[in-house]
Design a protein around this ligand. Structure first.
Ligand SMILES: *Cc1c(COP(=O)(O)O)cnc(C)c1O
Length: 409
């Protein structure tokens, strides 16, 4: 008799995006003429750039000829791409060996899978609010107790509250934890951790022999050169941190699929020697993964070329101009707005007296604008609301104008 993984039953009903869809549908049925503006999704909208497209084409052409056709490649990714990534980091004075990079089909799968190289008895800390895969993958692995629907949290996890008082960057936990997930620039809050703030986490992790799992998927959205784009800009981080990153938001690869994870050889934890965790992740990838698409990898190599980098920076600049339009428009409206300067997300404080979901309805019914209720990202997201800067400029401008003209605060 097969039995199920009971941890799946613990997962809180993943009702955020389906519930948003349901409410939009109900509104549209009642108001068939209304045009709904979507600022809710964290998905890229602008096309791939010319040199990236040509990198993808080249790979298809190679696959079309018997002389250049290739099948499976290295599970950890093509050497030329890992070398290019190592050079990309060295330009920021972060020196990593090409073999410390593991190319993957994206940051979300890696963020979900990385926990498998650690003991299920580890105590885990998360930023609250957070991108859901960190919490959910640890629930599935069995590191949590049950879900408390009143508090919107799981027993057995440590929640690091992010709010306007701490600038949405928490202090390290007051207790001893074993694993810490950090995301900077942050989805959903748009906050970016400074060197000093990351130093406190690295110091904590080295002292406690804990491991930091650092999601840097939005690093390329940082325009302030004083802010760290990699955890390895912090001294000592190679001994205590894994970094996960992606071409998704960097280069519009949300559908193409390509990411990378860095597991330094120097990484240690309480019961392990340097090198072992690196070998474990290699073992995990060679066992359960067969390598990222060779076409995607050729596209990724083109992203990292001189032209690719400048073209992708221009697309990011376009999204960040959207962010500026939203930020200034809402600020003029008198709303309390955070983020949107070095990250493509804006995090609004919901007007007094309203919950995140009540504000969702108000925005939809009064201004026909869709965003994401902050409470969907964790209990401390209650009272906040996420707007995304991904979208076409005219849609963004229409949405902001509609909020300015129609919302009564
Ligand atoms: C969008 C996003 C990712 C990207 O995941 P991919 O699987 O590479 O598309 C990773 N982390 C965060 C926080 C994100 O918002």
């Amino acid at each position: 008799m097969a039995k199920v993984n009971l941890n799946y039953r613990k997962l809180s009903a993943g009702y955020l995006f389906p519930e948003i869809g349901r409410r939009i549908k109900a509104y549209q049925q009642a108001n068939p003429q209304a045009k709904v503006h979507r600022l809710g999704i964290g998905n890229t909208t602008e096309p791939l750039t010319p040199s990236v497209v040509s990198g993808l084409h080249d790979a298809v052409e190679r696959l079309a000829q018997v002389e250049t056709y290739t099948g499976y490649g290295d599970e950890q990714g093509e050497e030329v791409l890992r070398e290019a990534l190592a050079r990309f980091y060295s330009q920021r004075d972060v020196n990593l060996d090409k073999d410390e990079f593991f190319i993957s089909d994206g940051a979300k799968p890696d963020a979900g899978n990385i926990q498998s190289i650690f003991s299920t008895t580890n105590l885990v800390a998360f930023q609250d609010p957070a991108y859901p895969v960190y919490v959910d993958s640890n629930v599935i692995a069995g590191r949590s107790g049950s879900y408390n629907s009143n508090q919107g949290n799981y027993s057995g996890f440590v929640y690091m509250v992010c709010n306007s008082e701490n600038g949405f960057i928490p202090e390290p936990p007051g207790e001893k934890v074993d694993m810490i997930y950090l995301c900077s620039p942050n989805n959903p809050t748009g906050a970016v951790a400074k060197h000093k703030e990351l130093e406190r986490f690295v110091d904590y992790a080295r002292y406690e022999k804990a491991v930091i799992i650092f999601d840097a998927s939005y690093a390329e959205f940082i325009s302030d050169s004083a802010l760290p784009r990699s955890i390895y800009e912090i001294k000592g981080a190679k001994e205590c941190a894994i970094e996960i990153n992606s071409f998704s938001k960097f280069a519009g690869f949300t559908g193409v699929r390509l990411g990378w994870t860095i597991v330094p050889r120097a990484l240690v934890c309480e019961d392990s020697e340097p090198g072992e965790l690196h070998r474990f992740w290699l073992r995990r990838q060679t066992t359960c993964f067969n390598g990222a698409s060779n076409i995607s990898q050729s596209g990724g190599l083109a992203v990292l070329s001189k032209e690719g980098l400048s073209e992708c920076a221009a697309v990011i600049g376009y999204y960040m101009e959207n962010a500026r339009v939203i930020r200034e428009g809402l600020f003029d409206k008198g709303l309390e707005v955070y983020g949107g300067v070095n990250a493509p997300y804006l995090w609004l404080k919901v007007p007094p007296g309203l919950s995140s979901w009540e504000f969702f309805d108000k925005l939809l019914y009064e201004a026909q604008v869709v965003g994401t209720p902050g409470s969907g990202f964790g209990p401390s997201g209650e009272g906040y609301f996420r707007l995304s800067a991904f979208g076409h400029r005219e849609d963004v401008e229409e949405a902001v104008k509609s909020i300015q003209d129609k919302i009564k605060l």
